[in-house]
Structures are given as structure tokens and as C-alpha cells.
Design a protein around this ligand. Sequence first.
Ligand code: IPE
Ligand code: IPE
Ligand code: MG
Length: 257
Amino acid sequence: MPTSISARRLELPRHVAIIMDGNGRWARSRGLERAAGHDEGARAVREVVRTCRERGVRYLTLYAFSLANWSRPKLEIEALMRLLVRFAEKEAAELKEKAINVNVIGDLDELPTFTRHAVENLIEYTNELPEGTTEPQMTLSLALSYSGRRDVVDAMRTIAAHARSGLLLPEDIDIGTLRRHFTTHQLPDVDLMIRTGGEQRLSDFLLIESAYAELHFTDVLWPDFTSDDLLDAFRVFSGRERRFGRTGEQVKLARVK
Ligand code: IPE
Ligand code: IPE
Ligand code: MG
């Protein structure tokens, strides 16, 4: 039972990333416009943010709008951009009160001005700590106009320019160099990647950052996703043995030391 997991100690993922998929199908199956599925998806976002914060997850990264999503119908994109504004305005107070600081990965500048402003305000507001708090309790990253492949290409361009101008030797380039140039530079690697909606693909999300993430796919459509589903994913994660190239015996030995 997902609700009884608090009874035993869980190995909690430090960084959870979610591909929130299935909004369109949720709406269509009810004879509604796709936008209604996105609206209902905002409820699931609120619930997941609250549960992650309560459980002590340090980083939560949500795939809200991909670079590829610009190819969707104009009306749907507009509905999503308006929903982001509503989300930013409605959730600001609670996020700040809970010391959750919001930031964006991807490219905020590609969003329409009214959406960009609302998200910028949310970032500014939540990055100021509430009274009586000395450090943020959770970082909520919204992936907007995000593409993992583009992050790699942009980083490579900057690194190549630095190498050409003599700031950097090619032999000094390592994965850390690349990571520091990503829009995710302030985030640790992903521990648990969840995708709802039944598809089993990454859709260009956090490609390098998820190199060693545990993947969890569920058929639940995002608007139906609840705390119990999230805790289920945490329980599965906790049961996985993360070997990072070592043998199971090595991992067990390291644990008892
Ligand atoms: C995910 O749900 C939300 C966004 C991409 C913004 P979809 O809109 O992709 O839902 P389906 O996959 O069509 O059901
Ligand atoms: C991925 O979902 C993007 C987001 C959840 C924002 P999509 O529904 O756009 O992914 P594909 O196109 O089916 O792979
Ligand atoms: Mg989809």
C-alpha cells in the first residue's frame, strides 16, 4: 500500500524529474478540449509539489513545455501560456511560505512577454526566503521551451569558443565542463525520472543529467496522478539497487561499511 510506506525507511530521491504526459488524452476521453486536460494537470502539479516538499525531496523538475511543443496548434499553446500565468499567480504565496524557490531551465525568453513576466515575478518572489527561514527547502525547476539536445549544442558552442580563444584547453574539457554550461547548471543529476501517460521515452528531457537516473513509467494520465502514485514511485525507487557500474556485492559491502 503506497500510504503505509512511511512505516519503513525510504531511500528518498534527492532530485525528481517528471515528464507530465497525458493531459490531451485525459481531456479527449471526456469529450473536452485538450486545454481542459492541461488545466486539470495543474491540480496534479500542486499535489506533487506539496508531497515532494513534505517528504523532503530537495529538487523537483517538471517538464512543462518542450522546445518541440512549439509545433502544437496555436490555440493550445496560447492556453498553456495563459495557464502558466495563472499557476504563477495562484501558487506564489504558498511556494514562498514553504520556502520553495522556483527557477526555469530551457529558455524563458522564447515565451510570450505576459507569460515571461509572470514567471520572472514568481522566480523573484520565491527566491526571497520567507521570514524565519535561513535556506530554501526545495528547488522547483520548470522546464520551459526546454530541449536537452539544444542544451548540449549551446554548451558545446560556448566551450568551443573558449577553447579557440585560449581560455580552455581541449584536454581539460570533461563532463563537469559541459554540465556547467547547461541551463541546469545549478541542479544535481536526476535520481528518479517519472513519466506518466504510458509512453516510455524521454522526449529530449534532461538527457545528460539523467544518465544514471532510475526510470519510472506509469500509465496513469497526468491529470489523474496523485500523491499515492508519487509515493508508489518513491517506493519502487527505494527498492532499486543503484550500482553505478559496480557489482551488487560491491554495493552491499559499501553499505555495511
Ligand atoms: C503533456 O500532455 C502536457 C504538455 C505537453 C504540455 P499532452 O498534451 O502531451 O497529452 P497527450 O500526450 O496528448 O495525452
Ligand atoms: C513531453 O510530452 C513534453 C512535456 C511533457 C512538456 P509530449 O507529449 O510533448 O512528448 P511526445 O511528443 O509525445 O514525445
Ligand atoms: Mg503527450
